[in-house]
Design a protein. Structure first.
Length: 498
């Protein structure tokens, strides 16, 4: 798998602060009473620019396309590069216009909009939410990230099955608990006499064959230094506890959850989407490792067995995963279930919980409580959203995204930069392609189970404001029609000019 691109050293938010001398906003104390200066209104432009121009998980044609699109938009206002009249939402204001507002204080007394919300959004969103394609139950929340105020709410506190949008909660919890720079280690431990080796899994599902070859090469070098050419090989998966199989059972959407695996247990060479999976990813990884040692004339005898390192073993080789920030981005962009479950378990380990489904649930819940988020009715049965027992509210999902936009929580920013970009990347690459409305302006996590369709993300509206939204629907009968209806809801926010 390609290594994530290093982010540019320029932080758009810091750049705006440097230009304006804006003071740091007051610290948050809950979504209902956020206190910001109007200087935080610049966050919409800063994140929009950073999200399209700088952020994202991989350097690819996708990134080049986003850059070209962003540059073209300032001239055309549309999703295409030709200098044609704007056909989509109105252009965002210029930077000077936004910077002028820095000396204005937000009206902190304005209450959150209850269900029914502000008149303009009620008139815009309610008819779209009533679309029959959205099934029998629909909930929605829209938050202005600059003020923290709820602009729209319908069933905001109704807990529903979120499908893959629960990954937003999983990734926020992991980043909050571990930090964006955290890396997951896979090691090789050698006994004091170097005649027993143990491949120790740390829980990195993105470990690939190239990394395994590097581990083998370093191990061979250490053994040759001691004149060893025959070893007993074991592999250790004890870092994770509990059942390996997800409650949905064997499935092409997720491998058995193991602390040791290569390429997410995929058997077809892909790096995203459904794929045939190994029934024993740890054993397969260990056997591949044994083969690499044997190829280098290190005899592993009858092959690897499950076991822990011998007493007083020492590390002879180590591989570190990409930073957690990159894992979060990849989990969200591709809706990667294996990474999401690993992040839930890493959060559990950081909290001193067992690294299993129950431990992940407790750890994620506890971490989100520390962020003062509305958790009434929330249940995190897994980290990926494949479990229908997961329950969240639209208020929580939108609140998570708004918290990730909070300047006081820069550690959460990969949640925003990892969201798929409408018409460009990940699970939104084939959506928003028939209209320019929302293309490139919407970043959102999708969620799909039979009868469940969800969409939660951020959008830059016609005045350059960054809005966080969450739309959840259940009882849907046509996934494609439900997705189109959800896309129309988000696109209507992009076109909002009041």
């Amino acid at each position: 798998m390609a290594e994530p691109v290093k982010r540019p050293s320029i932080n758009p938010l810091k750049a705006f602060r440097g230009l304006t001398g804006a003071a740091r906003p007051n610290r948050l104390h809950g979504l209902s009473n956020w206190q910001f200066t109007a200087g935080s209104a610049v966050l919409g432009l800063a994140l929009a620019a950073g999200a399209v121009l700088a952020a994202g998980p991989w350097d690819s044609g996708q990134r080049k396309a986003e850059q070209e699109w962003a540059a073209a938009r300032s001239r055309t206002g549309g999703a295409h590069h030709e200098a044609t009249a704007p056909s989509g939402p109105a252009l965002a204001p210029s930077a000077p216009a936004v910077l002028t507002g820095l000396n204005t204080v937000v009206d902190k007394s304005a209450p959150d909009a209850p269900d029914g919300a502000t008149a303009d959004l009620r008139d815009t969103l309610t008819p779209l939410l009533n679309a029959s394609a959205l099934g029998t139950v629909r909930t929605a929340v829209v938050i202005d990230t600059a003020t923290g105020k709820r602009l729209y709410g319908k069933g905001a506190d109704t807990a529903m099955t979120p499908a893959s949008t629960v990954k937003i909660a999983t990734t926020v919890a992991a980043l909050s608990a571990l930090g964006p720079g955290h890396r997951i280690a896979t090691t090789v431990q050698a006994s004091p006499d170097s005649r027993s080796l143990t491949l120790v899994g740390g829980g990195d599902p993105t470990l690939d064959k190239a990394a395994l070859r590097e581990l083998a090469a370093d191990t061979v070098h250490a053994l040759r230094d001691r004149g060893i050419d025959t070893v007993r090989l074991a592999y250790d998966t004890s870092r994770y506890s509990g059942p390996a199989l997800h409650p949905i059972g064997p499935n092409e959407n997720i491998a058995p959850v193991s602390a040791l695996m290569v390429d997410e247990g995929r058997l077809d060479g892909t790096d995203s989407g459904p794929a045939p999976r190994s029934g024993d990813p740890a054993g397969d990884a260990a056997r591949t490792f044994a083969g690499l040692l044997n190829d280098a004339d290190i005899d592993t005898g009858s092959g690897p067995v499950s076991g822990r390192p011998a007493a007083k073993s020492r590390p002879v080789a180590e591989h570190l995963s990409a930073p957690l920030s990159a894992l979060v981005e990849r989990a969200l962009t591709n809706s990667d279930n294996d990474i999401a479950e690993a992040l839930a378990r890493q959060t559990a380990l950081a909290a001193g919980e067992r690294a299993d489904f129950d431990g992940g649930r407790r750890a994620v819940t506890a971490q989100l409580k520390k962020l003062h988020l509305p958790l009434n009715g929330a249940k995190f049965a897994d980290g990926s959203g494949l479990n229908r027992q997961d329950k969240v509210t639209a208020g929580l999902l939108a609140g998570l995204l708004a918290r990730a936009a909070d300047p006081d929580h820069p550690e959460l920013r990969p949640v925003l930069t990892g969201l798929p970009v409408a018409g460009f990347s990940g699970t939104l690459s084939k959506r928003y392609t028939e209209t320019s409305r929302g293309t490139g302006l919407i970043r959102a996590k999708t969620g799909t189970l039979t009868g469940v369709n969800t969409l939660a993300g951020t959008v830059v509206d016609g005045q350059g404001r960054l809005l966080a939204f969450a739309f959840l629907a259940s009882g849907t009968t046509s996934p494609s029609e439900a997705q189109s209806s959800l896309d129309a809801l988000a696109a209507s926010l992009a076109a909002r000019t009041r």
